[in-house]
Design a protein around this ligand. Structure first.
Ligand code: NDP
Length: 297
């Protein structure tokens, strides 16, 4: 068997075009232009690239972006003060703080200072709690993107066994909750899981969010499984590798996401949708639109 590739490029472009359409709707109907503020502390090169990417995505969707670059020596109090100003600014609809922060700043304290209604990354405890309770919320963009990819491939999650490898607050745990909301039976694995390969082999849907290149090998995958690779690992060759050993696994899986060109692009696109939704008056309803089938054959 050779897996079909769920193409993040095609799907992210569709999601961003939906976001752009929603921006035009908000401008015409309500005179609102969504605005995303991104706070970047320090000069971490990877973070600089991510922030530039987010600003480009905003521009492509017609979303205003404000990138606030602060020096590495910024104190926690100074950062919280900047956040307070953005929180009070009614022209700013979404706020995100680029992680990681310098060591002297407590990320939890900073994230908690983002008002939940502007928390387009979905990282605040309020949005995490709402997700847990199955209430309307901003779900974190990476797992939301994974779900979008699975659904776009036409895979029905109802009653399926989904195995998530990784239990971080930003990927593994919210992915498990979103899968559960879709009536999947979910197993979450981590570094203490016994006989991980055997557990993974029971998965109809396997989400890898481990942070180790080519960690999921072909012997860990059930024939016909849907494999979603969240991992982004830079190899010694300077290239990006996923958590999944792509070539052999794609001989076994039914669907697979590539790295690069997969979940990473969807994460960025879902941020645009969340920002548009944050700008929408409550009466505008859900602007998320459904996305057509992006599977590349
Ligand atoms: P974390 O390091 O926070 O979490 C990794 C998880 O993997 C932990 O739960 C850890 O278990 C588990 N793990 C580590 N080693 C093993 C092992 N040997 N067996 C089983 N489980 C193991 O990472 P993130 O969740 O933040 O990110 C995961 C990957 O996804 C990274 O490559 C990251 O770069 C990428 N990523 C990609 C994004 C995208 O847009 N595509 C967005 C965010 C992340 P334990 O809890 O026990 O330590």
């Amino acid at each position: 068997m050779s897996a079909k590739i769920i193409d993040g490029k095609i799907l992210a472009a569709e999601v961003k075009s939906c976001a752009a359409q929603a921006v035009r709707f908000l401008q015409e109907r309500y005179g609102i232009t969504p605005c995303l503020a991104v706070l970047l502390v320090g000069d971490d090169p990877a973070s600089q690239v991510y922030v530039r990417g987010k600003a480009n995505d905003c521009e492509a969707c017609g979303i205003e972006s404000r990138v606030i670059r602060l020096p590495a020596g910024t104190t926690q109090a100074e950062l919280l003060a900047r956040l307070g100003t953005l929180a009070a600014d009614s022209a700013v609809h979404g706020i995100l703080v680029q992680l990681p922060l310098p060591r002297h700043i407590d990320p939890a304290a900073v994230i908690e200072a983002i008002p939940p209604e502007k928390d387009v990354d979905g990282f605040t405890p309020v949005n995490a709690g709402r997700l847990l309770n199955g209430e309307p919320c901003f779900a974190p963009c990476t797992p939301a993107g994974c779900l979008r990819m699975i659904e776009a491939a036409g895979v029905d999650l109802d009653g399926k066994h989904a195995v998530v490898v990784g239990r971080s607050n930003i990927v593994g745990k919210p992915a498990a909750l979103l899968l559960m909301q879709k009536n999947a039976t979910v197993t979450v694995c981590h570094s203490h899981t016994r006989d991980l390969a055997a557990v993974c082999r029971t998965a109809d849907i396997l989400i890898a969010a481990v942070g180790k290149a080519r960690f999921i090998t072909a012997d860990m995958v059930k024939p016909g499984a849907v494999v979603i690779d969240v991992g982004i690992n830079r190899g010694a060759d300077g290239k990006l590798h996923g958590d999944v050993d792509f070539a052999p696994v794609s001989e076994i899986a039914s669907y697979i996401t590539p790295v690069p060109g997969g979940v990473g692009l969807m994460t960025r696109a879902m941020l645009m949708l969340n920002t548009v939704q944050a700008a929408a008056p409550k009466t505008a309803g859900d602007l998320g639109f459904s996305v057509k089938n992006p599977v590349r054959f």
